[in-house]
Design a protein around this ligand. Structure first.
Ligand code: SF4
Ligand code: SF4
Length: 175
């Protein structure tokens, strides 16, 4: 029996979106030597993702942008020998991470250096001055609010403290 496909959640537009088989798709493209800058990489990614997942027609551009961003990070992780993304731990509720309201974010970057877990990143592949997004929500440290406190624009909102208590209950107090 073949092993089940991977499952991960990535930020597409403003929503964390679950995708089946993305890890395998990115591995296959990487093994084939496809660069993240190849002209047809977004088409290859969306075609492959669409075999296992529903891609809303009106959101194709957002999917493509998110998939290319993920693939670029995947290649960088492979090159550097890092473990790559922090995916959802099924044993935790994982509802403690920031939400960033793009309409309030002016791209000042004050929130970036305070996060030791690389949860936040510039949108648009790191262009200086672009808005900040939540790229690694599941790497966020439960109870931490440092980035929200650093944002004087009020663009970062953390969950209510009750969410933290629910996390602890679900994980049996383990962190
Ligand atoms: S500190 Fe606030 S306004 Fe500045 S980049 Fe971060 S989220 Fe945007
Ligand atoms: S709450 Fe803390 S760990 Fe989470 S993104 Fe903000 S600074 Fe990083």
């Amino acid at each position: 029996m073949s092993s089940p496909l991977s499952y991960c959640q990535i930020l597409i537009g403003r929503s964390m979106t679950g995708l089946v088989g993305l890890q395998e798709i990115m591995d296959e493209l990487a093994e084939a030597g496809v660069s993240a800058d190849a002209p047809d990489v977004s088409q290859k990614l969306i075609d492959a993702v669409g075999k296992h997942n529903y891609v809303p027609r009106g959101a194709v551009d957002q999917y493509e942008a998110a998939l290319v961003r993920e693939y670029r990070r995947h290649l960088q992780a492979r090159e550097s020998g890092e473990s790559g993304r922090v995916w959802r731990d099924p044993h935790k509720a994982h509802n403690w991470y920031p939400t960033i309201f793009a309409e309030k974010c002016d791209g000042c970057g004050d929130c970036l250096p305070v996060c030791a877990r690389d949860v936040l990143a510039r949108a648009d592949d790191g262009d200086a001055g672009s808005v900040v997004i939540v790229l690694e929500p599941y790497a966020c440290s439960e109870g931490c609010q440092l980035c929200a406190r650093a944002c004087t624009r009020g663009a970062i909102v953390m969950p209510p403290r009750e969410a933290l208590h629910r996390n602890i209950a679900v994980s049996g107090g383990r962190h």
